[in-house]
Design a protein around this ligand. Structure first.
Ligand code: FEO
Length: 399
């Protein structure tokens, strides 16, 4: 049986699950896999909405063929050009040579650049629409959500938003396709990790998109990854609103880099002092062990961040360097920060973290704690000062 599910009378999900790829975008871990969602509207005219990653192409083309039942596709709507969705375009154009590719003016240079395709193009602008017969597709531009060419397609007769990556999630669709058929608790971290890892840099464009889409009567959201939202539409929109405003909960993420355990001891000490001051939601990560994907996700969730690093070749330990580079690149906003570490001889860990604090413009709650080698009493005392200042600041912010 082919993978196709009716999402309304004449609209089908024809997506594919990927349980083989370890790293999404060759960087972000996906232990629960990922789904590439594509949709087909079978009307007087037939429209396919987005495609799938090329590794899933054979299965995908069979799914499409089964739905089309001998007919030709008239339109391919390209909401987003990242190759996890555009990877099967060339094969579709070979199979359906008269099909018009619908995109905007930023779509087509990428289409040519990635796949050498420059014919049968239909350019749409903000507010344009295409009639398929019963169904009507309306287009809205949502630039930098999360690429420059990203747009969404709203099917206005059924109230279905084809949202591209927005409202997407990591995790395969294990039998359930709709949000109310799936174990959303199992997918919770995959939903937030998808936002923080992939969309997280683009909080302001996400806010603009939410305002633009706010006037639509959305009954269903069909993203290119993850569940189809039909029961929890308002919930996922509220989550995106919160995340893209960088709103966080009371809690502290402590991340350390430690070669021989001395900096780690300071992390444990700070955590204990935080607990004694009433902070319960604490996550400690070893930057060498935990991929930045999960650490960044926790940082999107909690207001307090405390970073500690030993010195390494006069600078930060490499795993911590990767993390702070990523945070700076994503321009993550709205956190309060504490810093600690160990020096050995010339230092460099704490010094570089202090420069990071200035660059990212997070509020630093106290002077750093910097041990020479193993932490001495004075260093633990300063750890306590950091914990106390952090706890007090969080209480001010959350009461
Ligand atoms: Fe799922 Fe931005 O591609």
């Amino acid at each position: 049986m082919h993978n196709r599910v009716n999402i309304s009378d004449k609209i089908y999900w024809v997506g594919c699950n990927d349980r083989r790829t370890h790293l999404f975008e060759n960087y972000w871990p996906i232990p629960k896999g990922v789904a590439y969602n594509s949709y087909v509207i079978v009307d007087e005219k037939i429209a396919i909405i987005d495609t799938v990653e090329k590794g899933a192409m054979d299965e995908y083309l069979d799914n499409i063929e089964a739905v089309l039942d001998g007919r030709q596709a008239d339109y391919l709507i390209v909401n987003h050009m990242e190759p996890d969705h555009s990877g099967s375009i060339r094969s579709l154009t070979e199979r359906y040579p008269n099909m018009q590719i619908v995109g905007n003016k930023k779509t087509f240079p990428m289409l040519k650049g990635f796949y050498g395709i420059s014919e049968n193009l239909l350019e749409v602008k903000e507010g344009d629409s295409i009639d398929l017969g019963e169904h009507k597709l309306n287009f809205a531009m949502v630039p930098m959500l999360h690429w420059p060419e990203t747009m969404v397609t709203f099917e206005s007769t059924k109230g279905i938003l084809f949202s591209g990556d927005a409202f997407g999630a990591f995790g395969t669709l294990d039998g359930g396709i709709f949000d109310d058929e799936l174990d959303l608790d199992y997918l919770e971290e995959e939903i937030s990790r998808y936002y923080s890892n992939i969309v997280g840099k683009y909080g302001s464009p996400t806010q603009q998109a939410l305002k633009k889409l706010g006037g639509l009567d959305i009954k269903m959201i069909c993203a290119t990854h993850g569940p189809i939202w039909r029961t929890h539409v308002a919930d996922i929109i509220a989550k995106y609103d919160k995340w893209s405003k960088y709103e966080t909960d009371e809690g502290v993420v402590i991340v350390f880099s430690s070669m021989y355990g001395n900096t780690e001891k300071m992390a444990d000490n700070i955590a204990r002092q935080l607990v004694k001051r009433g902070i319960k939601k604490i996550r400690i990560h070893d930057a060498s062990k935990t991929h930045p994907s999960y650490i960044i996700n926790d940082i999107f969730r909690f207001r307090g961040v405390i970073l500690g690093s030993c010195a390494y070749n006069g600078g930060l330990f490499p795993a911590m360097e990767t993390l702070v580079h990523e945070l700076q690149n994503m321009a993550v906003k709205n956190h309060v920060l504490g810093i600690f570490g160990s020096k050995a001889w010339g230092g460099g860990g704490v010094r570089t973290l202090s420069k990071f604090a200035e660059a990212i413009k997070w509020e630093v709650v106290a002077e750093p704690a910097e041990a020479l080698c193993a932490p001495a009493n004075k260093d633990y005392n300063q750890c306590e000062v950091i914990a106390e200042s952090m706890a007090n600041r969080l209480k001010e912010l959350y009461t």
